[in-house]
Design a protein around this ligand. Structure first.
Ligand code: FAD
Ligand code: NAI
Length: 462
């Protein structure tokens, strides 16, 4: 029986970061992972492969949309999907092997197999019992499919199957206009599929700023995606030559049928805790199937911690990573802390969408007095030269103190631009602090400064 200070179950971004940080803080650490490769959902079937497919399909679109205009002439590229999948897989492999290297470098033992809680301070992996002073559960999430709709990962797929399709479908129906639906819907629309997104609510990307929701939907429509809003999918019938998707309008209960070659079910994810033995160990769960923790990510059982997608909060890799570091620090006797008010969210469509902090709707609900500084990318020289003038930066600041409360960006590199606002928020900055910071010209980030200026005496280029 091996004895550790910490055993982490699950090697996704939450688990592997926690394990590495524990080892860096001098704790003898092991990480249990049942998959063949490390990195969890994110590296194997999530963030990384989806971004590779988004990048490749965006390059393809760019070559057709703008190359000619920039004087780049010649034969236009065509799509070789199997080759694109090879590129995607090689991106995944380099990253998962990278984590293996980091485990070795930091002396984290990888216990290969599925772990089960096996009594106080014990984890069973493949018939062997390992002892630890602390156990961290970081077992992630799985796709939440719809009742009555049978996923086969070939014709009716979750994101995992959608990242492995053998050919570009002629017609794709996406159920759910959330992050996965919009990202993978964009990939296949660019590669030539007719994509129809069926969404239960009357708006896309629930929880995002309303103005952002409307603008993104308009932009994606322009890119060829069709949206059916306020509709609940009833069934997907598998015929030999096609799939028949039936949905019901929430307004008048009218039923409509759509034909598709592939259906992507993208209706959210749920925590994954199968086979862990949580009930036997007495670990408390929430009504929504998540592991219940206190503010420091401790469960009700002494020395068992939980983090990432398996606990409350946004299901995001960077949130899981931050929690991984915080738990490691708490176990090591330091003051682990996650600032949940400053967790950015990014949708990697083209243009990207990035948001942090509060939305206008939330501020209105709270009755808070705020001001809005907005700047369109049309006023940004760099964006215009990149055919990326669509979109805007919007900064919301307290009406009296000028402190930044939230920011919402649609535009080029939005996922990177958001971070200067995150740093500013972490430091409790006012919009004026951003506005007075010199920004290099010509950069996309000047649009952030201009939005900050617009919170005060006004933007220059709008
Ligand atoms: P996971 O990454 O799910 O890892 C958990 C690991 O635990 C898995 O490898 C699993 O095999 C293992 N495990 C489970 N049970 C056991 C057991 N009993 N024993 C041993 N091992 C076990 N987030 C972003 O921030 N940015 C993105 O761009 C992004 N893109 C995404 C795209 C897609 C298509 C999907 C599906 C998700 C995406 N996400 C993205 C979400 C992100 O992947 C998750 O939030 C993140 O992976 C959660 O990390 P985690 O460590 O909590 O769990
Ligand atoms: P989601 O929660 O973002 O969106 C699901 C959508 O499906 C919602 O709009 C919901 O209203 C809709 N829906 C639910 N039931 C429906 C039904 N019966 N019919 C029609 N629509 C229905 O979930 P998604 O897109 O599956 O993503 C799962 C998680 O993965 C998210 O929490 C997200 O944070 C994470 N993720 C993050 C990415 C990123 O950060 N770029 C990329 C991809 C995933």
């Amino acid at each position: 029986m091996a004895t550790y200070d910490v055993i982490v179950i699950g090697a996704g971004p939450g688990g592997y970061v926690c394990a590495i940080r524990c080892a860096q803080l001098g704790l003898k650490t092991a990480c249990v992972e049942g998959r063949e490769t490390l990195g969890g959902t994110c590296l194997n079937v999530g963030c990384i492969p989806s971004k590779a497919m988004l990048h490749a399909s965006e390059m393809y679109h760019e070559a057709h949309a703008h190359f000619d205009e920039m004087g780049l002439v010649g034969a236009k590229p065509s799509v070789d999907l199997p080759k694109m999948l090879t590129y995607k897989q090689s991106t995944v492999d380099t990253n998962t092997k990278g984590i293996e290297f980091l485990f070795k470098k930091n002396k984290v033992d990888w216990l290969k197999g599925w772990g089960t809680l096996a009594g106080k301070g014990q984890v069973k992996v493949g018939g062997e019992i390992h002892q630890a002073k602390h156990i961290v559960i970081a077992t992630g999430s799985e796709a939440a499919t719809l009742p009555g709709i049978e996923v086969d990962e070939e014709r009716v797929v979750t994101s995992t199957g959608a990242l492995e399709l053998s050919k570009v479908p002629k017609r794709m129906t996406v159920i759910g206009a959330g992050v996965i639906g919009l990202e993978l819907g964009s990939v296949y629309a660019r590669l030539g599929s007719e994509v129809t997104v069926v969404e239960f609510l009357d708006h896309i990307t629930p929880g995002m700023d309303g103005e952002v929701q409307k603008t993104v939907q308009r932009m994606l429509k322009k890119q060829g995606l069709t949206f059916v809003m306020g509709a609940a999918v009833q069934s997907v019938e598998k015929l030999k030559s096609k799939l028949k998707v039936t949905y019901k309008s929430r307004k008048d209960n009218a039923e409509t049928t759509l034909d598709a070659d592939v259906v992507l079910v993208a209706t959210g994810r749920r925590p994954y805790t199968d086979g862990l033995g949580l009930a036997e160990a007495g670990v408390e769960m929430t009504d929504r199937g998540m592991i219940k923790t206190d503010a420091h990510l401790r469960t009700n059982i002494d020395s068992i911690w939980a983090l990432g997608d398996v606990v409350a909060g946004p299901m995001l890799a960077h949130k899981a990573e931050d929690e991984g570091m915080a738990v490691a620090e708490s176990i090591a006797g330091q003051k682990g802390h996650v600032n949940y008010n400053v967790i950015p969210g990014v949708i990697y469509t083209a243009p990207e969408v990035a948001t942090v902090g509060q939305t206008e709707e939330q501020l209105k609900d709270e009755g808070r007095k705020y001001k809005t500084g907005k700047f369109p990318f049309m006023g940004n020289a760099r964006a215009k030269s990149h055919f990326a003038g669509d979109g805007f930066v919007k900064i919301l600041a307290d009406a009296e103190t000028d402190r930044i409360l939230g920011a919402h960006i649609i535009g080029p590199m939005a996922g990177d631009l958001i971070h200067e606002i995150c740093v500013a928020m972490e430091f409790g900055a006012a919009a004026e602090d951003l506005a007075r910071t010199c920004h290099a010209h010509p950069t996309f980030s000047e649009a952030v400064r201009e939005a900050a200026l617009a919170c005060g005496d006004g933007a220059i280029h709008a």
